[in-house]
Write a protein that binds this ligand. Structure first.
Ligand SMILES: [Mn+2]
Length: 432
């Protein structure tokens, strides 16, 4: 007997991957775990006649000779099949897009870091010239959109977008997708979000704004990830973590969302036994104290920081600067010589202002040309510290509409970073 299964809390990518894998292994029985996300459940309930799934209970484990696992790579993520771990001679096929190694020893593996797992299966479908019905195209496109945040998550790749185009060509129905992907936001979620906002805390970790929120929950609660998603957006922090403590079941459900490169939620959650992507992830911890969980995430974030790039690595130095006592006449020569529009002003190495070409153009009288730049400089300087991230530098430039940022350490001017330094950093980072 052949089985296809996927991770618990079935999302569209998991469901789509099971359905697509079934096209390659038509004899296999598709098995869904018990917990299915509400929007996927809604999709299944109106497409009842088209799909038939079994649960692990219906399956005689001893009869399984071939196991196909999609959108997961760890035994702990696939419910009901843990016993197969020990089974000898079991043939395992794995299709997965989660970056880190799992613990399912597969005989045939397709594993790549890509926005949605279904994209990997679509690649094969195209190669084999498989026909797609509009229903399948719709389901597969919902999977790509959900897993890539409509192709906006940093994990999205060009191939995900091409696959999305291919599905639209095959008549994927956007109206239907909108119905299912528009996250239902109910009374329960509203109350929870309100409670979280009332108890919200915000702090700095490695210069990122991060919020942790410990909330007691009773019984089962749907769409917690949506609540955390909205929470992060409303607080406008770089990353937010909801720790939902279910006292009766003595477990903590941790859900994280991040909007920046420097905090990789997926790898944090993987360290805690869960999973996810750079921008979103979750983990369930049995018997853990919520405060200990919070502390653990803090440590993981602080530890993560080492690998990320700081503007100190990108800045240029030495900086063309100007002593505060230099007469405006000489400042004009500096401008002409270097073709710059503005220059930081220093006194004993300390940054005390900036003086621009515009300031120079204001000079009308001969006498003013003899006056020192300190008389004309602006003392309101926007600067950054070397340990800031490129993203923070970019935000400062946009906020103050400036093209260059002096980098200051202990008041001393140590470098400068320009808009194009930041831009080339971002674009060089794009996957090729
Ligand atoms: Mn997925």
């Amino acid at each position: 007997m052949e089985i296809i299964t996927t991770h618990n809390n079935v999302d569209f990518d998991a469901l789509a991957s099971v359905v697509a894998a079934n096209l390659f292994f038509p004899e296999a029985v598709p098995v869904l775990p018990k917990q299915i996300n509400p929007n996927v459940k809604a999709f299944l309930s109106i497409h009842k006649d088209l799909f038939e799934f079994k649960t692990a209970k219906d399956i005689e484990l001893d009869n399984i000779s071939h196991l196909v696992v999609v959108d997961a790579n760890r035994w702990g993520r696939i419910n009901g099949f843990e016993k197969l771990r020990k089974k000898e001679g079991l043939n395992i096929t794995l299709w997965d897009h989660h970056p880190l190694e799992g613990n399912i020893p597969a005989t045939e593996v397709v594993q790549e870091t890509i926005g949605a797992n279904i994209t990997l299966l679509i690649r094969r479908l195209k190669e084999e010239g498989q026909e797609l019905t509009p229903v399948l195209a719709t389901l597969f496109l919902a999977a790509i959109y959900e897993d890539t945040g409509n192709l906006t998550f940093p994990s999205s790749t060009a191939e995900d977008a091409f696959a999305a185009g291919y599905l639209l060509q095959n008549k994927a129905d956007l109206e239907l997708i909108n119905t299912f992907l528009r996250p239902a936001y109910g009374e329960k979620q509203k109350d929870l979000l309100f409670e979280m906002l009332q108890n919200s805390d915000r702090g700095k970790l490695n210069d990122f704004s991060v919020s942790f929120n410990v909330i007691k929950v009773k019984g089962h609660m749907d769409r917690l990830s949506l609540v955390v998603h909205m929470y992060r957006e409303i607080l406008n922090v770089d990353a937010a973590f909801g720790i939902f403590h279910n006292i009766t079941q003595d477990r903590c459900m941790v859900i994280g969302r991040s909007n920046i490169d420097g905090i990789h939620v997926g790898s944090i959650m993987r360290s805690m036994g869960g999973g996810g992507h750079p921008g979103a992830g979750s983990a369930v911890l049995k018997g853990a104290h919520p405060e200990a969980v919070t502390e653990w995430i803090r440590e993981l974030i602080v530890g993560n920081q080492q690998s990320s790039v700081h503007i100190g690595d990108l800045m240029s130095y030495p900086v063309i600067s100007c002593e505060s006592t230099v007469p405006m006449r000489d400042f004009g020569l500096i401008l002409d010589e270097h073709g710059c529009t503005g220059v930081p002003v220093v006194e004993d190495g300390l940054l005390i202002g900036v003086v621009s070409r515009r300031d120079f153009n204001k000079v009308r009288k001969q006498a003013q040309l003899d006056a020192p730049v300190r008389a004309f400089m602006s003392t309101e300087v926007v600067s950054a510290a070397p340990e800031h991230s490129p993203m923070q530098a970019a935000r400062l430039m946009v906020k103050h509409d400036i093209g260059r940022l002096p980098i200051v350490e202990d008041g001393r001017l140590i470098g400068i970073i320009t808009r194009s330094d930041v831009m080339s950093y971002f674009y060089d980072l794009l996957p090729d």
